[in-house]
Design a protein around this ligand. Structure first.
Ligand code: ADP
Ligand code: MG
Length: 431
């Protein structure tokens, strides 16, 4: 939190880089940073200001991100490659230490928010296709022109390009840039709460949480239209804190759990195709509102083993050669290439799940599955590249045509037995 080595507390009106950037309001945060809307006095434009936590490991990660972003920005002067552009970077000293700050072009909401605003129902195939195209343009640029693997693609790390001028968005605060310095000590702990709210928060956290939950669904449905207004559905890939060069990798263990490729779990080495696996997970999640894989630890098996089992239930058995190839293969597979502790798999397919669980029409399900399945090949080298994907018939669509959308009206009545998420019978052969 907001302590030595941690986040830098900011208040609207705070100045950065000798007064060039003036903080407006908080846009978001991650494990490493807080991100603020700021006004650039020099260019008279709104920008995003990412303020990294100050401890050395976070500073190191920020320098790492700057290395990648500088290259990305330098080689894309026309800013059309669907990757976030870095505008500036500098150091800012505050009570919690020295923070590396990055200035980005201002973007809109993340794909996660888009899915949340649609109440986890999926956003319709026409929108999915548009977003997929943008992500693929970005990935093709990263992979084939720069040799960079993103390594952490997920909904939070893809932001919509907002055509809304932040100063003109009536729902957002600050119609004019706020260039006033705040009164008193600008760095007095938690931001965004007045003393009464703080007391309330302490006393009635649970009550508030319940209330918030109730209001959320109402608010989300009314906000969904707003989020989609003023957005042309292009988007940009952000967060290069975990990126690596294909020929200079830093760690064996990458990606966020649900988007992780099988070769990472198995410790079998990786390349650009790990991003293609995550991309397929994103496409599925946009279409259905639910993650493709949500592995859980169970009695007698680990989260990793469940993850491998879920993959095989959906995509077929992993070829023995691939299953036994990694440095960690022996932890999960026997010498026949069967999972050691999860013996009975409930086989299904993406197409079946789309039809049965998400009520997608047969033809839409077939077409979408044809696009997704090659990306989810257990053999990494067989997965299509981003450039090949861009040529796929599923993405060649007529803008005027009305595409079928995933119908989730029956979401509550889903027979969970048909999904892959039910508890499994497991045999611990060691027992
Ligand atoms: P971290 O490395 O800490 O995860 P990110 O770069 O992912 O930081 O940014 C955290 C969040 O801040 C994002 O998920 C998003 O909500 C918001 N954000 C980041 N960059 C921008 C931007 N350029 N424009 C608008 N919001 C942004
Ligand atoms: Mg992030």
């Amino acid at each position: 939190g907001y302590r030595k080595g941690g986040y830098h507390a900011v208040r609207p009106g705070d100045q950065f880089a000798a007064g060039r950037y003036v903080a407006q309001r908080k846009l978001g945060w991650g494990n490493f940073s807080t991100v603020w809307l700021a006004f650039d006095v020099q260019s008279q434009k709104y920008v995003a200001l990412k303020i990294q936590k100050s401890a050395p490991e976070f500073a190191q990660a920020a320098l790492h991100e700057i290395e990648f972003l500088s290259e990305i920005t330098k080689r894309d002067p026309s800013n059309c490659k669907c990757i976030i552009q870095l505008i500036d970077h500098f150091k800012h000293t505050g009570p919690n230490g020295q923070h590396i700050c990055l200035i980005f072009e201002f973007l809109g909401d993340s794909l996660l928010k888009l899915v949340q605003y649609n109440r986890y129902k999926g956003i319709g195939f026409d929108r999915v296709k548009r977003i997929c195209k943008s992500i693929l343009v970005g990935l093709d640029y990263l992979h084939s022109e720069l040799g960079i693997i993103h390594s952490d693609l997920k909904l939070e790390n893809v932001l919509l390009v907002s055509t809304i001028d932040p100063s003109k968005d009536p729902i957002r605060s600050g119609l004019k840039p706020n260039l006033e310095r705040p009164e008193g000590n600008p760095n007095n702990g938690e931001v965004g709460l007045n003393p009464i709210e703080k007391k309330l928060k302490m006393r009635a956290r649970r009550v508030l949480a319940k209330l918030a939950e109730k209001r959320k669904s109402v608010a989300e449905s009314s906000r969904s239209e707003r989020t989609l207004d003023g957005i042309d559905l292009t988007c940009k890939i952000v967060d290069f804190g975990n990126a690596c060069w294909a020929d200079k990798q830093f760690t064996d263990f990458i990606q966020t759990r649900q988007y992780r490729a099988p070769e990472i779990i198995l410790g079998a080495g990786y390349s650009f195709s790990v991003d293609m696996w995550s991309f397929a997970c994103i496409a599925f999640e946009l279409a259905t509102g639910e993650m493709l894989f949500t592995p859980k630890e169970g009695h007698g098996y680990s989260e990793d083993e469940d993850h491998l089992a879920l993959m095989m239930e959906l995509l077929g058995k992993m070829p023995k050669k691939i299953a036994t190839m990694g440095t960690r293969s022996k932890e999960y597979f026997d010498r026949h290439g069967d999972l050691k502790r999860i013996r009975r798999l409930k086989m299904s397919s993406i197409e079946r799940i789309l039809v049965d669980k998400y009520k997608t029409s047969e033809s839409d399900a077939r077409e979408f599955a044809k696009f997704l399945c090659p990306l989810l090949d257990f053999a990494p080298e067989k997965r299509p590249t981003a450039a090949e994907c861009l040529k796929h018939p599923w993405l060649q669509y007529n803008e005027d045509k009305n595409f079928g959308s995933v119908n989730n009206n029956d979401a509550k009545n889903i027979d969970l037995a048909q999904s892959t998420g039910t508890s499994r019978n497991c045999t611990n052969i060691d027992a």
